[in-house]
Design a protein. Sequence first.
Length: 416
Amino acid sequence: MQTVDIIVIGGGSAGMAAALSAKEQGIDSLLLLERDVELGGILQQCIHNGFGLQVFHEELSGPTFAQRLIDEMKAKDIAYRLQTTVLSIGADKTVTYVNPKEGYVTIQARAIILACGCFERSRGAISIPGTRPKGIYTAGTAQRYLNMENVLVGKRVFILGSGDIGLIMARRMTLEGAEVLGVAEIMPYSNGLMRNIVQCLEDFSIPLYLSHTIIDIQGKEQVEKVVIAKVDADRQVIKGTEKAFAVDTVLLSVGLIPDVNLAKGAGIQIDPFTKGAIVNDHLETTVKGIYACGNGLHVHDLVDFVTLEAKQAGRFAAQDLQETSCEQEMIKVVAAEGLQYVLPQRLNIKSREPVVFSFRVRQPHKRCVIECLDQDEVICTQQMRYALPAEMQRLTLRPEQLQKIHANVRIRVRDL
Ligand SMILES: Cc1cc2nc3c(=O)[nH]c(=O)nc-3n(C[C@H](O)[C@H](O)[C@H](O)COP(=O)(O)OP(=O)(O)OC[C@H]3O[C@@H](n4cnc5c(N)ncnc54)[C@H](O)[C@@H]3O)c2cc1C
């Protein structure tokens, strides 16, 4: 059986950044596997601007950002295979894939980096009542149709969920001549980035109905009507608040879930909150030698943070292969008061590297402080003007701060 030092699964921004970084660390025996016909992943359908401010220090479209990484992959001569779907991976780091040229192949990796991206939640996942006509799409599917196949999926549109993809599609469909009658969001605040609320809804006078949800979809062949209603603090529908809209299309932007099918097959432990793998500060999963990054690990809002995280995964995977491993004393990292989750979930306190924690708050905060504590002792803090659930936050712990930790780490948010 052929053996490769590192196999990267997924050729989106995460997979390419991880492969590039492993190559920079001197790994030549490297192979990236991508099931699509081209590299780039989800970026290829995101034709709007807003990518690259941190990584390239300029504002790029998704395909331009992807092309920069593709050009680097080619310049560094990193091997990749397209139209290659990985069917399974084993805890022994065997990788089985299939493609039209080679058929069904199993190869042995010394390390694997999972960069498989995420799924969109569909109608079935949120159980919207009503009939089952055509005209109901996830926002990402509608985006793919429009930006890659040149097909406008509807003319009168209502959007459920204020995630970024829905907001971006509200603007995109309006620019293409469709009428977007509104966006309903069950939470009392938006789940999208503030810049997208302003640039995609407010600039086009598209109403955002906070604390509202769709309670009925009507139509025989095609969607004809949606009914929305206000919800209370327990997300129960308030009778008498119903509003109906005559539309032919409903777009769903109700959340993304990391694709962990391969990870589960290898026995990797999954975090119930992120729905991605549990990782340590090297982004190594609970199976030694298998790493995870990008939207396949936890859902990111910005490709720049995906890329930075993936670069770390590639570097650590390469270093762990080359070095005799440093002393380890693993402790748990806990998402404490006010946080939905924190990554990494495990931390080696003997590490000599800075650790970047990624986390999301549960609800919006104005003027607050993020605190990293060892039991009750505050190890480091970061003040923030505001923190929103839609925006992933990062906090870096320096090696000298890491040395002060003895028990479990807790990260929390506190209002000032
Ligand atoms: C609509 C939308 C708008 C966005 N807007 C912005 C923005 O304005 N600014 C910004 O910074 N970020 C934005 N983002 C976020 C950013 O684009 C993504 O977070 C990032 O590109 C995700 O990269 P990834 O590599 O983790 O996942 P993906 O790009 O999804 O790549 C995963 C890859 O893995 C492959 N794959 C999966 N399973 C297998 C398998 N079994 N075998 C082989 N290959 C496999 C897939 O085909 C895919 O190519 C947006 C995202 C979306 C969806």
